[in-house]
Design a protein around this ligand. Sequence first.
Ligand code: GLU
Length: 319
Amino acid sequence: MFTKKIFIALAVITMMAVSAPQAKAKQDILFGGASIVGVYYQVALQISNIMNRHQGSDYNYIGRPTGGSVFNINALERGAFDFGVAQSDRNWQAYNGAAEWDGKPIKSLRSVFSMHPETVMLVARQDSNINKVEDIKGKRVNIGNPGSGQRGNAMDVLRIYGIDPGSDFRAEGLQHHEAARALVDRNIDAFFYTIGNPSAAIEEPATSVDINMVHINSPGIKEMVAERPYYIMTSIPGGTYRGIDEDIETYAVTATVVTNENVPDQVVYDMVKTVFENLDELKGSHAAFRNLNVEEMLQGLSAPLHPGAEKYYKEQGWM
Ligand code: GLU
């Protein structure tokens, strides 16, 4: 009798232990940025901070530095990341099988929302006497690492200005934090960079050496911009960077958050909902984000929208 009571008590305890709520495992979400000195890395970090602050019981977001747009698009396809940042022109090329993706389109790429505009820039050390794009002939110039978005923009600019990277100047393929250092150390004369403003990536070299920024606005550039929906002509207002007092005319793309079709709808839905419910927090987290607004964040998406994002935008009556 006594033994039977103990047995029943033990059985009850065991059943309670088994059915007791277990601590729910958090889901790791990897978010690819770009160079540590760039704005993309801030997109990945600041969105991760917002997610961990407001959805921390479900998710553990991790922002990662990467090689840039091209790297992120390819990593999303391999399933190495859940989200990444990429230029609008690179998304278009990847989804439609152009440029690096010629003959091998990435049909799994999905858009989430747009972020800040990014200008295509050529930044030179003032003493290298580069006052227009053509002046890079005979110089040493960083066009960007192969995983970056700007490398393709640099190649377009060079083609349009009729400059050959092999024979007309010495082209380097450095990651951006290396390029900024190399400019200051006089190992290169100039670098191309496609990035949001203001950015530490330009501010830092601009405070160490006198810099110059050139207009990228030839008729050929304007023609290309008019032909392609993801480019616009714009200018970087004078005073944005130390030593650059005049407005610099060039063209721009949009930084966008992208994902893969295999990322679950709920994960994408929770991310966009939390970001838009805390948009002021995101806007306040970096100077390049201060003009973000719902209307523009839903524009310029060149890969199809992920259904998890679409669901939230429809619920809000935004589409
Ligand atoms: N637009 C650059 C790229 O796609 C990155 C700029 C940044 O780091 O903010 O590689």
